[in-house]
Write a protein that binds this ligand. Sequence first.
Ligand code: HEC
Length: 116
Amino acid sequence: MSPVKPASWFKSFGLALLLSVAWSTSAYALDAEQRRSRALLEELCGRCHAVRTTGHSPNPLAPAFRTFGEKLYDTDMVARLEEGITTIHPDMPTFRFSRREAAAAVNYLRSIQKNR
Ligand code: HEC
């Protein structure tokens, strides 16, 4: 009813904040697309998973993204993100990535793996 939507305003503000923090504090070389993916993953997955190269997952059962390692190469993670995250694990409400977003997200995830 009301023309003002606090929830969506807050969401864009939060995303803008995440993006600016990502840009100003990036300690290592991520390209612009990897930084966008990190912001997207932090928004969607960050309440359970550690998305960056440091820090613990808020949900102790959720593996930190930087520990995925071979999983990102052995399975077709791009297709799994595109099909919807419920094919990865049931705890997560369905969220589908576009092909471009999925490819960029996997690119970011590969870039933060500890041994690569
Ligand atoms: C509500 C909490 C929650 C959210 C939000 C969440 N996850 Fe998870 N995730 C988990 C838990 C818990 C596990 C480990 C248990 C499992 O595999 O079911 C997990 C495991 C995973 C795995 C490993 C699965 C495997 O095949 O070994 C991947 C990949 C993953 N999550 C990706 C994501 C991505 C990408 C997002 C954001 C789009 C996300 N998760 C959001 C809780 C979450």
